[in-house]
Write a protein that binds this ligand. Structure first.
Ligand code: HXC
Length: 288
């Protein structure tokens, strides 16, 4: 299914910005990550999206490919980010078919509402494994290629000018804001997302000397996503929208635009950061 451009990327970016670049994305069949990848593909990139469900992942890859004539988008299903071997095989296929990896989006996540009383040890572990171990595995499997891309796309340390080939060697984790304050029924996710944030910060420091950047996007309530649907029952959604500081939920385009910024030359000196894209939602006084 092709989507109107205005649904997934703003009109401010230059066509061909990511020409000859490749993005590898876990959780790429999901609503937020597919918009991030669609925006990058529209702007010139080729892409490899990873998911657990073969049909859903392949259908999404076909849909994303419509964002630009001549794009190459591979959908690899049956990949569980908890298993490093299955990720490594997907990375190898991506590199073989698309020629390398310049950008990584680690977006695979698991979520459900459960109080600590209801949450079994295995349920807690499942979310930790998908979010934290899965993000770690994604970084581990892609870092050899990200390092190579970072080397080719380094900003010159003397002139401070960007590489004529543009940007590369960027990893981005999709986190959340719920762990800044804590929230009932989301202990497992809050703990996991704090781990994801820490992972990104450490990668930024450890691999920064190679020119690689690592950042986090923390989406707030984004309309029409699985996350919001799971966390906010429909009877309270309207009221929640009205209570938002900007009087609306975010759109997937808001997240995609932030991704384009972080991956473009404009984001070259931004690393070890969390870009909160939530319209100030998490700063609302509790009880509002
Ligand atoms: C309590 C639950 C549960 C629920 C599962 N479990 N659902 N416990 N309440 N609603 C328990 C199971 O009973 C089991 O524990 C353990 O979790 C593992 O469940 P499985 O189904 O065997 O695991 P698995 O197939 O690996 O599924 C993982 C999952 C599932 C996380 C449970 O929901 C999933 O695959 N989710 C992926 C898609 C997803 O969640 N997307 C949402 C992304 S939105 P026992 O003890 O019985 O063995 C998002 C936004 C976050 O992440 C930001 C928040 C603001």
């Amino acid at each position: 299914m092709s989507l109107p451009k205005a649904d997934y990327v703003s009109n401010v970016w230059k066509d061909g910005l990511f020409k000859n670049k490749v993005v590898f994305c876990t959780g790429g069949a999901g609503t937020i990550c597919s918009a991030q990848v669609r925006a990058l593909v529209h702007l010139g990139a080729d892409a490899c999206i990873i998911g657990r469900n073969v049909e859903k992942t392949q259908n999404m890859a076909k849909s994303i490919a419509t964002a630009r004539a001549g794009s190459k988008v591979i959908g690899i299903g049956e990949v569980d980010v908890r298993k490093i071997q299955s990720l490594e095989a997907a990375v190898e296929r991506c590199v073989k078919e698309l020629g390398g990896i310049d950008y990584v989006i680690a977006g695979a996540a698991g979520n459900f509402l459960a109080s600590i009383n209801q949450l079994s040890v295995n349920a807690f572990k499942s979310v930790m494994d998908i979010d934290v171990l899965g993000s770690y595995n994604t970084a581990k499997a892609t870092l050899p290629y990200l390092k190579e891309s970072a080397r080719r796309h380094r900003v010159d340390s003397k002139s401070l000018r960007p590489s004529p080939e543009g940007s590369g060697g960027r990893i981005l984790f999709v986190s959340a804001t719920i762990h800044y304050t804590g929230i009932p029924f989301q202990t497992h996710v809050s703990v996991a997302k704090a781990g994801v944030d820490a992972l990104s910060n450490n990668i930024a420091l450890e691999f920064g000397p190679l020119g690689l950047t690592s950042n986090v996007i923390a989406p707030g309530p984004i309309a029409n996503t699985e996350g919001v649907d799971r966390l906010l029952p429909s009877d309270v959604k309207e009221e929640a929208v009205r209570a938002q500081p900007l009087g609306r939920f975010g759109s997937v385009r808001d997240i995609a635009d932030a991704t384009v910024y972080l991956f473009s030359d404009s984001g070259s000196y931004v690393s070890g950061q969390t870009l909160v894209v939530d319209g100030a939602s998490w700063r609302m006084p509790s009880g509002s």
